[in-house]
Design a protein around this ligand. Structure first.
Ligand code: ZN
Length: 338
């Protein structure tokens, strides 16, 4: 995307400690790995990296992403190799100090991989001192005859930190879901759900009330219901928001219409992430830049988004008190320059 930060924003974003908490590992596959592996089939980055590109549908987006993902993710070792590059880049180039990522149970099922080995391989790719928390994403219809044994087993994998509800949002929620999400929490796992992206507020209500999640991936269409917005603020739910993804998938038409700033002003806790950079061609710095340039977010609001990622980390805010102090000082320094 064409979001280039200029001074003083560029310096602020370079120094701002950040988190990335909504990142699909398959959707974050570094382009150069595909290109080096098979330059004939993957000669140049996908056209969806272009600024004005819009996916026609979620199905088209998913098909294009899976075409790339299936070519690479054929073993736990491949997950490890990709994850190392992804995490190193986030840490070194984007000043990221805490990561939550998910892998797709569908990949485990279709490729026939050992899910626990994949979770371990991703976790082992964490750069020194950077906590990485790993989730398994399950589609609305992903609890199949074939996947059920490893999904049930996964609730006891030490390397897995939680479950995330993935996939086509408009496919109805099936009766197994609430039980699996509840048992995951009983086993000490965290639970998330993608909602409020293609479905409206009613589906956000459903994942909060039926699945008991407090962590919602996207959730931006909650803005359509003031009652829901108040509820999310009251219960302290967290929305892991990815604005560039929302634009390219047509969830929001223009960045200047994106509801993240309004949600924050209504007291809803939001964080900022990239979702699937191999499809959108986006970076975390561009996400922050977009909010500054097109939504008029202040340095304090950008700092708030980054701080929320640390405050609501699974590892607990106490482990990141140094980062929170650093953000506060940085914001104080830059507020004078606005
Ligand atoms: Zn996502």
């Amino acid at each position: 995307m064409g979001y280039q930060p200029h001074p003083p924003l560029s310096e602020f974003l370079r120094r701002l400690p950040k988190t990335e908490t909504h990142l699909h590992i398959e959707g974050a596959l570094p382009w150069e790995l595909l290109n080096t592996m098979d330059p004939g089939r993957f000669p140049h980055p996908p056209e969806s990296w272009e600024d004005g590109y819009r996916f026609k549908s979620f199905a088209q987006f998913e098909t294009a992403l899976l075409d790339m993902a299936f070519a690479w993710f054929t073993s736990p070792e491949r997950y490890h190799e990709a994850a190392r590059k992804i995490f190193d880049r986030l840490h070194k180039e984007e000043n990221v100090h805490y990561i939550e990522t998910s892998f797709a149970s569908g990949m485990i099922e279709f490729v026939g991989l050992d899910g626990e080995a994949v979770a371990e391989a991703i976790k082992a790719a964490a750069p020194p001192g950077i906590p990485v928390r790993v989730f398994m994403g399950i589609h609305h219809d992903g609890y199949t005859e074939r996947s059920r044994p490893f999904i049930e087993d996964s609730l006891h994998w030490d390397s897995l930190d939680g479950l995330d509800l993935h996939g086509t949002e408009t496919t109805p929620l099936e009766p197994w879901t609430a039980g699996v999400w509840r048992r995951a929490r009983e086993s000490g796992k965290q639970t998330k759900a993608h909602a409020g992206e293609f479905n409206g507020p009613e589906f956000v209500w459903q994942v909060v009330e039926e699945l008991g999640v407090m962590r919602i991936e996207h959730g931006v269409r909650s803005i359509e219901s003031p009652k829901l917005v108040r509820h999310l603020a009251d219960i302290g739910a967290v929305l892991d928001v990815c604005p560039i993804s929302n634009i390219k998938l047509g969830v929001v038409e223009r960045m200047s219409d994106h509801p993240v700033r309004d949600l924050m002003r209504e007291g809803v806790t939001c964080t900022l992430s990239t979702d699937d950079p191999i499809s959108f061609g986006n970076t975390l710095t561009e996400e922050y830049t977009a909010l500054y340039q097109d939504l008029g977010c202040s340095f304090r609001e950008l700092g708030q988004l980054a701080a929320n990622g640390f405050r609501h980390a699974i590892d607990g805010r106490d482990n990141f008190s140094g980062k929170l102090d650093e953000i506060e000082q940085l914001v104080a320094e830059f507020e004078n320059r606005e």
